[in-house]
Design a protein around this ligand. Structure first.
Ligand code: DGY
Length: 321
């Protein structure tokens, strides 16, 4: 019997055939597998699973799927997977880094521009028939030149955002909890507190962990300069959405650009009503090229493990091999 692979939601770019040519394949095409019971029922006795960021993979899944050798997440983030349980089960866990760096950094800049220049609001204004002629004081936004962008998380995506922001004439400061990586950019490292106090725009690019939930809570966001903008293309729970709404209402913040949400796919109702917020449906990596590359990398990871090799982009590796 060939090994079997369970793909928890359809992939793109025709890459599923790479699996079906070699292995037994099943693909879940129905309603989202959004809880552990549904995920484990679907994966069952498969040898490998490709998961997406909305498929929770915790102790329950890993206990109920005894044949699993690899969980290949089709995302760079892996906060949907319980890594400790995967380690104790001696599994491979893989993700899809690098291939989505540029797409996500591009979208971050799009959100920075959309919020500071009121682009979505201006589009709504025109469609509502309110554009009755050019005026000097119409739809004034904020310029980015000489403003400070604070980047929280200076990994691949954070650095790609820095590069783009520098070309817009922004000053870039950054913070990271890990000892970063060499980089060749005119950007200054600060601690989080210093960064918040000087950032006209703060943009999050760190993974979600148990310790950084509500990294931007009310107290921290109050440290931002008056009228600052909050941009989040990382993970929703990094920002306290209730506090964000309060600070927007008070006029302490100038606006927010969000691609991710605390209780995704639900969006805080009060955010939906605000003109100073741009809300996107988690499309940071959503280009045809990037999503195809992500799907291909997830498949490559699975094939490598099933053929007895190390996968190209491991997050967790079995230690007893
Ligand atoms: C990821 O990869 O973690 C993004 O959130 C989706 O591209």
């Amino acid at each position: 019997m060939p090994p079997s692979v369970a793909i928890c939601a359809p992939l793109v770019g025709g890459v599923e055939s790479v699996i079906s040519d070699r292995y037994e394949l099943r693909v879940h095409r129905g309603e989202v597998l959004g809880d552990e019971r549904a995920v484990s029922d679907f994966i069952g006795d498969a040898d490998a699973a490709i998961t997406l960021l909305f498929n929770p993979v915790g102790e329950t899944v890993l206990r109920s799927c005894p044949a699993l050798r690899v969980v290949a997440n089709c995302a760079v983030g892996f906060d949907n997977i319980d890594l400790d349980s995967a380690r104790s089960r001696q599994l491979w866990v893989t993700n899809t880094p690098d291939v989505l760096t540029d797409a996500t950094a591009d979208l971050t800049l799009a959100l920075i521009l959309a919020t500071t220049r009121r682009i979505v609001e201006a589009d709504r204004f025109l469609r509502a028939g309110r554009f009755d002629g050019w005026k000097l004081d119409m739809m004034l936004g904020r310029g980015l030149q000489s403003k400070t962008l604070g980047i929280v998380g200076f990994g691949r995506i954070g650095r790609a955002v820095a590069q783009r922001a520098l070309s817009f004439g922004m000053r870039v400061v950054w913070t990271d909890t890990s000892s970063v990586v060499e980089y060749d950019l005119p950007a200054e490292r600060l601690d989080l507190d210093q960064l918040l106090r000087c950032s006209d725009v703060v943009s999050l690019h760190c993974p979600l962990t148990d310790s950084n939930r509500h990294l931007l809570d009310e107290e921290r966001m109050r440290k931002l300069p008056s009228g600052a903008f909050v941009i989040n293309t990382a993970r929703g729970p990094l920002v306290d959405e209730q506090a964000l709404v309060r600070l927007l209402k008070e006029g302490i913040l100038g606006g927010a650009g969000l691609d991710v949400y605390e209780s995704e796919p639900s969006v805080e109702a009060e955010l939906l009503d605000r003109e100073d917020v741009v809300l996107l449906p988690h499309i940071g990596s959503a280009t045809e090229e990037t999503r195809t590359a992500m799907a291909k990398l997830a498949v490559d990871n699975v094939v490598a493990v099933l053929e007895g090799h190390d996968p190209p982009t491991p997050v967790v590796r079995p230690t007893l091999r």
